[in-house]
Design a protein around this ligand. Structure first.
Ligand SMILES: [Zn+2]
Length: 417
């Protein structure tokens, strides 16, 4: 499989890009040769795609089911009852719906935490995306349920040899308040033995910090460090309520932080310390969280919210730069998962987006990255390439209607009482 992208804008200059197999083979003007597919880039620009480092894909089916409520009311009376009605097919159609939405908004990878990993893996494989799929641990759900989750996790691990190179797995203990210390130590050892990453919610609410201080006499971040759960193979979601010492720990251990600004705003969880994290060289990436608390999977929205939040938190417009925010959404995410992409260069994996420069949001054209962070929405993404395959061409993804019909049917059944 080979692709030639003709006359495309790359970092301010017009060029051709050749893709052979799953890598970018050449970048130069006026390339010649025979290619399976030729794309005309004359009204378009090319940028790296987005790498979403915290999601719960199946929760697309719960989008808009309940909003604007206190956490306990929201969970107890709306989210948990709907989740209790989830059937096997919901995990598959919910995941496919999430993949479609992510591709349409320029995302090629997501780091997911939910249940029945096999269903999400199937959707990711079929749509040609990349994914790191979580093997959940949630002790708070009760012994019987946890045993079921672990059976599903073992099933996903048993089939590892059959997955494409686009699929990774992670041990995903939900949080320190739903998984006990003994189990967290077990997760740490299991992840090391299985050679998979770790994905956990951390320091999302003030309550979590207060309870941790009371129970363990240290902050949630210090607690995880003590257990040996932090490091470059661990992704902590939210990570809002951090002291200066917590931020030093995250930097020193090389822990990957997933910043989820839209969800943080909607649940009023608190303000992420973007400027301090950057200053301290923490590995900050961006993620959307799930659709029950966001309510979309657009990394364009996350970039803008991250930038605005950083300025508010810093009390000044120099609290972040567009470049920092764009890197968090692209290169930093790819690097965290060892994906040799996130920049458009010869020899890199062929993950890229073609953006429509004829969208009103992309004019004037003084600064493409500024337009992406502050001006654009997902509609500017016209074509998506992942691992050398075209996942969406001129905004068309094959099989979209079937997914929409089935996801709508599943979502309606979940809401029925
Ligand atoms: Zn989450």
């Amino acid at each position: 499989m080979s692709i030639l992208i003709r006359n495309i804008l790359l970092q301010g200059k017009r060029t051709d890009i050749a893709i052979e197999g799953n890598r970018i083979s050449r970048i130069a003007p006026m390339l010649t040769g025979t290619f399976d597919t030729v794309l005309d880039g004359s009204h378009q620009a090319v940028i790296p795609p987005f790498y979403n480092t915290h999601s719960h894909a199946v929760m697309t089916l719960l989008r808009g089911l309940a909003d604007d409520m206190e956490l306990f009311d929201w969970l107890q009376n709306h989210i948990w009852p709907a989740e209790a009605r989830l059937q096997e097919e919901d995990f598959y159609w919910g995941s496919r719906l999430a993949c479609m939405e992510m591709i349409r908004s320029g995302t090629v990878f997501f780091n997911d935490m939910y249940f029945l990993p096999q269903a999400t893996i199937r959707a990711v494989e079929e749509l040609g995306m990349r994914g790191c799929i979580g093997l959940s641990t949630l002790e708070a759900a009760g012994e019987e349920k946890q045993a079921g989750y672990e059976r599903d996790n073992q099933e996903a691990l048993a089939h590892r040899g059959e997955y494409s190179s686009r699929i990774q797995l992670a041990r995903a203990p939900h949080a320190i308040y739903t998984v006990g210390e003994k189990k967290l130590r077990w997760v740490r050892d299991a992840a090391a033995a299985e050679g998979v990453m770790i994905h956990i919610h951390l320091a999302e609410t003030r309550q979590e910090v207060q309870d941790c201080l009371a129970a363990h006499n240290c902050t949630p971040t210090a607690y995880l460090e003590k257990i040996g759960l932090l490091g470059p193979r661990t992704v902590t979601a939210h990570t809002i309520h951090c002291t200066d010492e917590d931020i030093r720990i995250l930097a020193d251990t090389g822990t990957v932080v997933s910043h989820n600004p839209c969800s943080n705003f909607k649940l009023c969880s608190g303000s992420f310390r973007f400027h301090r994290m950057m200053e301290s060289h923490v590995h900050v990436t961006l993620g959307t969280d799930g659709c029950a608390s966001n309510n979309n999977l657009s990394m364009f929205d996350e970039m803008k919210a991250a930038a605005l939040n950083a300025k508010l938190e810093f009390s000044g417009p120099t609290g972040c730069s567009t470049g920092q925010v764009f890197l968090a959404a692209t290169k930093n995410g790819a690097e965290a998962f060892g994906i040799d992409a996130g920049v458009i260069a010869e020899g890199k994996l062929a993950d890229l987006l073609l953006l429509d420069l004829d969208s009103p949001m992309m004019v004037a054209d003084h600064n493409l990255i500024s337009n992406c962070v502050y001006a654009a929405d997902s509609s500017v993404v016209s074509t998506v390439v992942c691992d050398g395959r075209i996942l969406m061409r001129d905004r068309v993804i094959p099989g979209m209607q079937e997914t929409l019909d089935n996801a709508r049917r599943c979502a309606r059944r979940l809401a029925a009482r």
